[in-house]
Design a protein around this ligand. Sequence first.
Ligand code: PLP
Length: 393
Amino acid sequence: MASTESPAASGWLGELRAELAALEGRSLRRTILTPRHGQGETLSIDGRELLNLTSNNSLGLAGDPRVVEAAVEAARAYGASVSASRLLCGSTPLHEELEGRLAALKGQEAALLYSSGYLANLGVLTALARPGDAIFSDALNHASIIDGCRLSGADTKIYGHCDAEHLAELLATTPASRRLIVSETVFSMDGDIAPLPALVELARDHDAVLVIDEAHATGVLGPHGEGALARLGLDPEGVIIVGTLSKALASAGGFVAAGQTVIDYLVNRSRPFIFNTALPPASVGAALAALDIVAGEPERRAHLAALATRLRDGLMAAGHPPSDSATAIVPLLLGSADAALGAERRLRDAGILSRAIRPPTVPEGTARIRFNLIATHTTDDIDRVLAAIPPPA
Ligand SMILES: *Cc1c(COP(=O)(O)O)cnc(C)c1O
């Protein structure tokens, strides 16, 4: 390609290069790492086997033969693609079955599949909120929630992370025709859990709709893997629940579970649902098989929780600052992007893959290593990680 020689190179392409160089200079440039094989507890990178502490495969089901076989069977039965949106001819009995199963898991009347959790957040927020409405959004919500808020055109009020008092103040002082409160339940970068009892109560008292994103809770929290509401014994009625199939459920895709009216409305008004090809049958089949395992093997959740406790306790014992993590996402806060990259390198030298998480994924000054545990890790794996972590600065 001669593009470097073209006049554009000195123009906008030059600007792109300068920006990339600036990111590099601030240790913020991102690159793609491609393991040669494995999405389980170990990955092969540059000819080395690394212990994987950075994947969302939290129940360890992505390579489970039952899940893989279900994906293959679904593809055999319904093809590699459905080649159309759900509203044309892209729906299969498997899609309907999965929606029924997700609705039941979440204690809701109905559910609707999307092509990703990202699109599910975009889909629900843009359909339910418009200019003139208000969305109250936690300061550390996922980018897909932020983008949904922006795209909706609603007035977005950011409340302090997990700060129910701040949220109450904003609710009391923000008039709007419709009000949505939106929060992750398990925060993806900190592993802490939203103050759900307070959010449910505030939504009720202020006539607001509560939307929760259960990306990291589905399959993992609650006695049957229902999610964070069940773990806290809260009634899901009236709550709109967003989730993903791409984490504990070992597949790809997203969903919204809610009352029938909300789901009917999304079918008619949610653009990321309407104008998007339906999930491939393999993804649907995999998620169905994963749901069977979520229901039948609660010991995976118990082991995962025990591993997380061991890692958190070990970090504390070594003198690292305590985190608010209450789940299998355990951050090690390091501050600067440089420090986080240094820790990533050091862990990698010890045979452990755990990636530095830097701004803008997390706020400035809170770069970190985020450990994502997998239910198929062993306690020895955790001890190996603890032994490899650099001492506190
Ligand atoms: C991972 C994640 C998503 C996106 O889900 P995908 O299916 O990967 O698009 C959305 N919200 C939260 C909180 C997440 O952690």
